[in-house]
Design a protein around this ligand. Structure first.
Ligand SMILES: [Zn+2]
Length: 88
């Protein structure tokens, strides 16, 4: 499990992630792995999700990491952007 330290503002496909409950925009991150085993069969696939918990109310939202082609940079970049919030 990967966990980024600190607090982040998150953009998903260039859209600022805002908490649905309290409109807060700062989150803690961790990476979650989920085994996909339909009907109790042997695990065939593992799903990796990025989990963001609101630092204000604790609500958790999860997203699957994907890449998109950025025409400015001319390369594939993640749809999820992390901007660390530096607290004094
Ligand atoms: Zn919240």
């Amino acid at each position: 499990m990967v966990r980024r330290r600190g607090t982040y503002q998150i953009k998903i496909r260039d859209k600022q992630l805002i908490c649905l409950f309290c409109q807060h925009d700062e989150f803690r991150h961790r990476e979650v792995y989920m085994d996909l085993s339909p009907l109790g069969e042997t695990v065939t696939e593992q799903l990796t999700l990025q989990s963001f918990s609101c630092t204000s109310c604790g609500d958790i939202r999860m997203f699957q990491e994907k890449n998109r082609f950025d025409h400015t940079l001319q390369k594939h970049v993640s749809i999820i952007e992390y901007m660390e919030v530096i607290k004094e």
